[in-house]
Design a protein around this ligand. Sequence first.
Ligand SMILES: NC(=O)c1ccc[n+]([C@@H]2O[C@H](COP(=O)([O-])OP(=O)(O)OC[C@H]3O[C@@H](n4cnc5c(N)ncnc54)[C@H](OP(=O)(O)O)[C@@H]3O)[C@@H](O)[C@H]2O)c1
Length: 258
Amino acid sequence: MPTALITGATSGIGAAFAARLARDGRDLVLVARDGDRLEAAAARHRERGVTAEVLVADLSTVEGRERVAARLADQDAPVDLLVNNAGAGQRQPFLKADPAAILGQHDLNVTAVLQLTRAALPGMVQRGRGAVVNVASMLGLVTGSGSTYTAEKAWVTVFTEGLAATLAGTGVRAMVLCPGFVRTEFHERAGMDMGARRGLLWLEAERVVEECLADLARGKVVSVPSPQYKALAVLVDLLPRPVLRRVMAAAERGRGRR
Ligand SMILES: NC(=O)c1ccc[n+]([C@@H]2O[C@H](COP(=O)([O-])OP(=O)(O)OC[C@H]3O[C@@H](n4cnc5c(N)ncnc54)[C@H](OP(=O)(O)O)[C@@H]3O)[C@@H](O)[C@H]2O)c1
């Protein structure tokens, strides 16, 4: 089976991608910053009989991105599925957040997706097969909520839709995954208190990944897992942009009062 490279493969959605792809018999390249955690994950996947390489890299840095880009461009060990999953947000609104942290988040959520996709695609196109799955968010479908995260995920969505058109006829696919709330470490890392994380709008990472890979197999360009979020996506499409802006601004004010 072709090799898959997954960024942010130690936790949440990325860990669920790695587990599912290992079950499918795919060899893996796992990327994240925490080397011990990566080695532990790789050891678990190897028990399934697949190869699991570990690549320690901070994708918010030039050096980290270059190391992963070089691995993706290596024609002697081709990667035919790239999952650009690593990403982060922060609770602080734009004017209060540390400017260096804003730029670091941008480099992780946007620059890394751009650079790794660009590194992976020439080889895939040459081989006439492969896929890039970029993990955005439902938030990328709405207007900004005062932070840069929404804009970054909107970029990932529009970038991937354009890419899918560019790749038509090459045998290579691009798909964007737009999850809603998923029970992972994401919100805790961002310093957000999300309460009990119960209810219809909270999904498990495994389910998000199952639906994503089924959508990839169906040839979709945008994957929105679960009927509840599919319905929300339709609603967002129907709402006039000024109404959407007012709804998001009210949500932001509500968040600020908490
Ligand atoms: N959870 C949600 O509700 C939700 C909803 C919509 C979209 N998403 C998106 O889903 C993706 C995965 O998030 P998650 O919820 O699974 O979060 P998570 O549980 O916090 O996992 C994040 C993963 O990314 C890695 N990572 C973080 N910063 C990194 C960096 N600078 N360089 C390399 N790796 C880095 C982490 O490992 P290390 O710390 O070891 O680097 C970890 O493996 C993100 O793109 C996120 O925006 C999440």
